[in-house]
Design a binder for this molecule. Structure first.
Ligand SMILES: [Fe+2]
Length: 339
């Protein structure tokens, strides 16, 4: 394995995703060819690592995140075809662009590499410029494809979120006593998570989970959901199904699968006495522990048809009593800092 050949020169092309120079793996049993390719790729701004056969190349790839492979076909130990076939078996490696090279420019040879989904075929000997242009084109195409996929995922997520938010608003309209509840819970959850120093992605997830936490109430009958007085034991059993219904609604949407898990747990208690599964401590997702606080705080302090909201001091006293039993101690401390 020729790892000492790793080289990186002043770049003439943009960095790979993540801000680094794209890493090209050159696989050939001839040191002279490896050196020729490494020097020219490095001059064009690529990082390069090399190997003498397919087996060595697999070892390199298990340690380095390679952006592209250029491999000879005829090599000892493991030839280019066996190497390529192995890469196609490994989900992490199969999508990495693979260029085959050989002195054998027969149609049969080129076709067999095409069948192994090689992106291109370089006939040896080739000019350095020809190789650089090929590498640039393939990596540009890969970058374009990745950007397009990311944009599509973002669009899909925004469209799904707006549909689900509409559903949440429909729920709020039906249960008019708690019409601002979801927004209040989201607001408090965002404050707690931000105060604890978490990144923007987690803060955004806290907002989404807060707004959707009671989405499962769409599956609760009106006579139970809108009952003004105390619920019977049977009615409460019906209410207890709403976290599971919410998770079931959101789980099939890949971008909301994590939010679904959080919502499933927003009525769990830190000591395991909550519902629906009686999870405890760290088994309850962090954002679900935050939502539990935000949910109870809004329920205590907001006006209901059968009672007025509690004053802040009394509500905070009740919440402090739940430290370590109902509520996660660290989350409660962070919450108390924010009010
Ligand atoms: Fe709830």
């Amino acid at each position: 394995m020729d790892l000492d050949g790793l080289s990186q020169a002043s770049s003439t092309r943009g960095p790979a995703p993540g801000g680094r120079a794209p890493l090209v793996l050159v696989v050939d049993d001839s040191r002279a060819i490896r050196d020729f390719m490494k020097n020219h790729l490095a001059s064009a701004g690529y990082a390069v690592v090399s190997a003498g056969n397919g087996k060595e190349a697999l070892a390199v790839m298990s340690e380095r995140r390679v952006d592209m492979v250029i491999s000879d076909i005829h090599m000892p130990v493991m030839d280019g075809k066996a190497f390529r076939a192995k890469l196609l078996e490994i989900p992490e490696f199969a999508p990495i662009p693979f260029v085959a090279m050989s002195t054998d420019d027969s149609l049969e040879n080129a076709r067999s590499m095409r069948e192994l989904r090689a992106a291109a075929f370089l006939t040896k000997p080739f000019k350095a410029d020809q190789m650089i242009i090929l590498v640039e084109s393939i990596l540009d195409y890969r970058d374009l494809l990745e950007r397009t996929l990311q944009e599509m995922e973002g669009l899909e997520k925004r469209m799904l979120l707006s549909s689900i938010m509409s559903l949440a608003h429909a729920l709020d309209a039906r249960d008019h006593y708690t019409s601002s509840h979801s927004e209040n819970v989201a607001h408090t959850a965002v404050k707690i998570v931000s105060h604890m120093g978490h990144d923007a992605a987690l803060v955004e997830m806290a907002n989404t989970a807060g707004r959707l936490h009671d989405i499962g109430k769409v599956g609760i009958p009106d006579n139970v959901l809108q009952k003004p007085g105390r619920l019977t034991v049977e009615e409460f059993e019906v209410i207890k199904t709403h976290p599971g219904i919410g998770a079931m609604i959101l789980k099939p949407i890949p971008s909301l699968a994590e939010v679904a898990d959080i919502i499933h747990c927003h009525h769990e208690h830190f000591d395991g006495s909550g519902y629906p599964r009686g999870l405890a401590g760290g088994d309850i997702p962090f954002l679900a522990r935050v939502l539990a606080l935000a949910d109870v705080f809004d329920a205590l302090t907001s006006d209901r048809p059968y009672r007025s909201g509690m004053d802040l001091e009394k509500a905070l006293g009740i919440m402090k009593d739940g430290r370590g039993s109902h509520f996660c101690p660290q989350c409660l401390d962070a919450f108390l800092d924010t009010v």
